[in-house]
Each structure stands twice: as C-alpha cells, then as structure tokens.
Design a protein around this ligand. Structure first.
Ligand code: GCO
Length: 461
C-alpha cells in the first residue's frame, strides 16, 4: 500500500515560534547529548583498545580535515568541568555513550577495569550534580579487533558478544542510569559505514550494509533481553529520522520519497515495533536483502520502554534533471542541511498514529553553525533560532498527540563531527581545541534561560 507523502506545496509555512519551557509538562526532561568517540579523547590511555574509527581516521582522505579522535575534547580528563557546565545550564539529563573498546578492549573476553572506573567517576559526578545519566551502548566505536576477527557487524557472531557487553554494563551501572539505549542511529552505521563508505569501516557494498542492519537490529533485541535480567532501568533504541518529501507533486517524486522513507524510517521502525521488514524495501533490495534466520524477527520486536528519535532536517527527493532543490525558506545549516522544523511536528504525529510507540525522547536535535569567537563571545543567533523553531514544532506535535518526554540538544560541546573532523561545530559550548578552553555560546545562555522558565513541579506550586 502506498501511503500519501506530503508534497512541498502542501507543507505549512514556517511560523514564528514563541514557545517557553512552561508550555511543556513540568516532568519534561531537558538535556544535551554527546558520544564517547566525539569527545573523550584518551584513545590510547588506561587500556582502551583501538576502535574502527581510530583506524578509519588513520586512512588518508577519510576525514576532511585529516584529524582524528586521539584527543578530541579531552573529556576523559576534563569531565568534572563539563559536568559543571551542564549544571550551570540547568540540565535535568545528559545523554552520553559508553566506548565499548574502553570497557572491553578486544570486544570479547577481558573487561578493562580502568575503563569502568572512568564511567564510575563520570556517573558519580553527574548524580552529585543532580543530572540524570542516559546512556547509549553503541555510538559507532566498534572494537577494531572484532572487525579484524570476523568483519564486525557483517557477521552474526557479533550478536551474542554485543549482548554480553550490554549485560555487563547493565549489571555494573544499571541502578545509576536513567535509561539505556542499545544503538544510536543504526541507519548511519549500516548505510554510511558499509554502503557509501563515508563512515568507518569504509566499505562499499549494499548487500553488506543490509546484512549489517539486520545484525544491528538482532543485537538490539538480544541485548535488551540480556539487560532485562540485570536491571529495571528503562531500555530502548535511538533511530535517526529524516522525513522524505517529494520535490514536486508528481508520481515519480512521490515514489522516490516513499522508497527513501522505507530505507530510512520503516526499515528500522517496522522490525522494532511490528516484527517485519517493509515489503517494498525487501523488493527494492532483491538479492541484497539480508539473510534472516527463524526467530530473528520475534527477537528484534522486543518490548521497549522508550524510543529515541534524532531529528535534524528532511530530505527532498527529485527525479527531474536538473533536480528540484529544497527551498530552504528558513535557510541551511553549516552541514548544508535544510532547516525545516515543521517536519518534526508532522513526523512525530505520524509515528504516534502509525506505530503507537512507547514514550519518545528527542535524543538529538541541533545544528552546525559557522561560529566565530569575537572578543571572547560566540553570537550564534542562527542556533538560537533553530532551537526556538524546533522546540515550538515539538510542542505542536505534543499538542497533536505525540507522547514526548524529553529533549536533548546535540551537542553540549563542539566536537569531532565524524568524517567532517573538527570543522563543523554543533555545540552549545565552544571548544578551542588548542587550549581546550570551553566558552558557552549565546545559545547556551539562551537554553539556560529557556530551561529556567519551566513550569514548577506540582509539589512546588
Ligand atoms: C548522530 C550522530 C552525532 C552527530 C550529529 C550531527 O547520532 O547523529 O551520532 O554523533 O554528531 O548527528 O551529525
């Protein structure tokens, strides 16, 4: 069945947003997010094993500015200062990821106690500051040994290993974590890592990418099951959703948008919440479709406590030559991504209607901006506008029935933006990589004031 996809012509015009935190429920969680490989540094310290991203960075031409993750924001050593920044911001919650190669350098076998000690200290610091830690198990830094041994995510052998790692984290830290997500953006891992080679490990095979996506999903199901035996903390998965729009109200563009939606959204939502892959995408993949064993789909469709949605932009699909481009009425970010907040409203409402998902967290939303430090200040007005517009769009979605419980701005700090290196800045806080000095941008002040305007909790009224 072909679902109607909204056309550009029908899209509502951007509105002037005027939302405040008091417009959200008092229990709504305000946070910010990071990931291990992007901020920690200390790549060869205290027994951490190499990851596929360390490897990828060392291959000439892979990272636009030739940089690597060896030092990044040096968060491994500066985490107390970073937690102080979070407290100054007034955050309720912080989303971070565990580096698997720091906890288990070979991806199997011995655990690295120095790695567990680091996260132990980080969690203590967060909890002492009254900030709830939301963890992700896999934000792309696969232990390189697993790739060398059997091709990493390409092999089914990784599934029980990931479940073991998940269970160990849940056993050690479950009681101090506010939530655990298995994977971050499996679409990026599979497609950018194994089909387009933009990300580690840099492979170009559609069949490999499809098989990787299945192993990621299967490992999610097995990991959730393994963690349930160890902890009562809420468990879920984080998916990146970039809604697909036809450029013109013509059949060819609609079909292109429908397929793009299948590859990005439904390929992950359908197995997780319905226990099947979408038929149209299976047909599109043909002989490249993944091998699925009996029982896999039931294992993937494990009950979840939350769904994390990462939303940045939309994709406009055009079959014309030359292609019809996204109009960008609200402009484009420094990544070249169109700013289109109304797709967030539309998409969250659609998810609620089509999937009845568990409570949703916006686990990432934010923009890269060509920030400049002038006289010690970063006046990042475009980021403030982006935030305002997306929070207004989120509030509209909630008024229309989307059950969203929290919002995490991406990112707390400027950091290693994968194959863009350090050239793209997403942070609320500016990082001078030479001195490691942190400077809150104007957007950080704005977000701080915004959060401070929240509704008082019922007991405090
Ligand atoms: C993600 C990425 C982040 C990126 C951000 C901006 O989860 O999408 O993991 O690490 O930095 O999305 O591209």
């Amino acid at each position: 069945m072909t679902q109607p996809t909204p056309s550009l012509a029908a899209a509502p015009a951007p509105q002037t947003p005027s939302v405040t935190a008091a417009d959200f429920p008092a229990s709504f969680i305000w946070g910010s997010a990071t990931s291990a490989a992007q901020i920690e540094g200390a790549a060869q310290i205290d027994g951490r094993g190499p990851s596929i991203w360390d490897r990828f960075c060392s291959e000439p031409g892979r990272i636009k500015d030739g940089s690597n993750t060896a030092v990044a924001c040096d968060h491994y050593h500066r985490y107390p200062e970073d937690v102080r920044l979070m407290k100054w911001l007034g955050l309720d919650a912080y989303r971070f990821s565990f580096a698997w190669p720091r906890l288990q350098p070979q991806g199997k076998g011995a655990w690295n106690e120095a790695g567990f000690d680091f996260y132990d200290r980080l969690l203590d610091e967060l909890l002492a500051a009254g900030i709830a830690p939301h963890a992700t198990l896999y934000h792309w830094d696969l232990p390189a040994a697993l790739h060398d041994d059997f091709g990493g995510w390409q092999s089914r052998k990784i599934v029980p290993l990931f479940a073991d790692y998940a269970a160990e984290v849940a056993r050690r830290f479950g009681d101090r974590l506010a939530s655990i997500a298995t994977h971050n953006e499996p679409w990026c891992v599979a497609t950018l890592g194994y089909e387009t080679a933009q990300f580690a490990p840099g492979i170009t095979s559609r069949a490999a990418a499809a098989q990787v996506s299945h192993h990621l999903l299967l490992s999610h199901g097995h990991a959730v099951q393994a963690m349930r035996a160890e902890t009562r903390t809420p468990l879920g998965i984080v998916l990146n959703h970039t809604p697909s729009f036809p450029a013109m109200p013509i059949e060819a563009d609609r079909l292109a948008a429908r397929l793009d939606d299948g590859l990005n959204v439904r390929w992950y939502m359908d197995p997780v919440f319905r226990g099947c892959y979408p038929q149209d995408v299976l047909e599109h993949l043909g002989g490249d479709a993944p091998r699925v064993a009996e029982g896999d789909m039931a294992a993937i469709r494990v009950p979840l406590d939350f769904l994390g949605v990462n939303f940045y932009t939309r994709t406009v699909l055009s079959t014309q030559q030359p292609p019809v481009l996204a109009p960008g009425e609200m402009g484009f970010t420094d990544m070249g991504w169109e700013i289109y907040p109304q797709a967030l409203t539309q998409h969250l409402v659609r998810l609620a209607r089509e999937y009845c998902p568990p409570p949703i967290y916006i686990t990432e939303n934010g923009m890269a901006n060509a920030d400049e430090m002038v006289n010690g200040a970063v006046a990042d007005l475009p980021r403030i506008r982006y935030l305002q517009a997306h929070l207004a769009a989120l509030s509209r979605a909630m008024a229309l029935g989307a059950d969203v419980r929290g919002y995490f701005y991406w990112s707390l700090l400027d950091n290693f933006e994968w194959n863009s290196g350090y050239a793209k800045r997403f942070g609320l806080v500016h990082v001078d990589y030479a001195s490691q000095q942190r400077t809150p941008k104007h957007s950080a002040h704005w977000y701080r004031d915004f959060i401070a305007g929240r509704a008082a909790p019922p007991g405090a009224r």
